[in-house]
Design a binder for this molecule. Structure first.
Ligand SMILES: Cc1ncc(COP(=O)(O)O)c(C=O)c1O
Length: 384
């Protein structure tokens, strides 16, 4: 961990089994999908088409994205509202810079996607964590925070479906309540639905409850493949989408690389995206069942579709010693405090991502280490 509590990247070579990162399990379809896409694109002689920056994506890219987005939004959004970008992180950087601005405050869940911390600090933006319950953000706490912050409260970043790291999912009533608070205090909503496409059924996005102030972000990294690093954002209307992601904003990194845009549009239009998602879901269920059988004291429903688990640390283990002990045993886990926004909510927790292990052997071997350390007394305890 560094001084501001971020997880330090771990060299994949140094860590034989890495549960600290959160990527979809390997899909047998991805290699075929890439091979076919490159063969098709090669035959189509696309060199001229990818010669220049792609700005907000071509009409074809945005149409393909709009169709993919319709599985969550219920209907296909107008493609003019859709922008293709170089990952959700790039989209968030653009939205923070435009709508929160230096000195402003971004509200988040009290436990959040760790990258939000360095990203907001890059822009001189303050963060305020809001209390959560099993359904995610508590509307009353959000209301209270907005009163306290006054005009400094500019936007709420949240993950209403399969929140990272807790997996909390807001009910429809909760979404309605959060939207009402956002409207009351004129907050922008940055909805990160990167895990929301994993469940076969999930409540409608929060953005549908306050469309006039919502930026709905759906990245492909967690549902299809991190290999592409493409994300789609839907703004409140086409004018503002085009304005915020105006091609003239040339000095940032949000613009999608033309070649990956070609590949994603190819995947989304020829049905292979849906095929990959199906295999990711199936492998996720299989891995969750393995985890449920190997970590009997951890509450895991084998039938959910998220591949990250948020686990309580037994009283016997201080977090830093547990993380160190797992590393010494060749396994990396995500320390809970790296998700916390200026609070102690992650101090007795850790997250494991079941997706990175390459195969069943590696998964089982890593889970065995975690299971035995959860049952073992810590060194500190042994010395007492
Ligand atoms: C909640 C959340 N949002 C976004 C990302 C990154 O998305 P992208 O690869 O599209 O930038 C992650 C990756 O860990 C994440 O957990």
């Amino acid at each position: 961990m560094n001084k501001i509590g971020q997880m330090q990247p771990v060299s994949p070579k140094a860590i034989p089994i890495d549960f600290s990162r959160n990527f979809p399990p390997p899909s047998p379809v991805v290699q075929r999908a890439l091979t076919e896409a490159f063969a098709d694109l090669g035959r189509a002689n696309i060199a001229d088409a990818i010669r220049f920056p792609r700005f907000t994506g071509t009409v074809g890219d945005r149409e393909a994205g709009a169709t993919w987005l319709s599985q969550r939004l219920g209907q296909k959004p107008n493609a003019e509202r859709v922008v293709l970008a170089n990952g959700s992180q790039s989209i968030l950087a653009m939205l923070m810079a435009r709508f929160v601005k230096p000195g402003g405050v971004l509200l988040t869940e009290e436990l959040t996607y760790p990258a939000i911390k360095p990203l907001s600090s890059l822009f001189g933006i303050g963060l305020r964590g809001v209390s959560m319950d099993v359904e995610g953000i508590d509307p009353e706490s959000l209301d209270k925070a907005c009163i306290e912050l006054g005009n400094d409260a500019r936007a709420l970043y949240c993950m209403p479906t399969l929140h990272n790291p807790t997996s909390a999912t807001m009910s429809e009533a909760r979404r309605d309540d959060i939207a009402a608070v956002a409207r009351r205090y004129d907050l922008w909503l940055f909805e990160d639905d990167i895990y929301g496409v994993l469940p076969e059924e999930a409540p409608p996005p929060l953005s549908l409850y306050a469309a006039e102030r919502s930026w709905y972000i759906l990245g492909l990294s967690k549902s299809l493949a991190a290999q592409l690093r493409v994300a789609y954002v839907v703004g409140p209307n086409s004018d503002i989408s085009q304005d915020v992601f105006w091609p003239g904003v040339r000095t940032t990194n949000w613009m999608v690389a033309p070649l990956v845009a070609e590949v994603s549009s190819h995947w989304l239009t020829n049905g292979i995206g849906t095929e990959i998602l199906r295999t990711v879901r199936a492998e996720t269920l299989r891995r969750r069942a393995v985890a449920a059988s190997m970590l009997p004291r951890v509450e895991i429903s084998p039938s959910d579709f998220n591949y990250h688990l948020w686990i309580d640390l037994p009283d016997t283990w201080p977090l830093n010693l547990f993380v160190k002990a797992t590393l010494e045993a060749g396994v990396a886990v995500g320390p809970g405090n790296s998700f916390a926004v200026n609070n102690q909510k992650g101090d007795r927790k850790f997250r494991i991502g079941l997706g990175v292990p390459q195969d069943q052997g590696e998964l089982v071997c890593g889970l065995k280490v975690i299971a035995s350390l959860l049952d073992a007394p810590s060194d500190q305890e042994l010395q007492q």
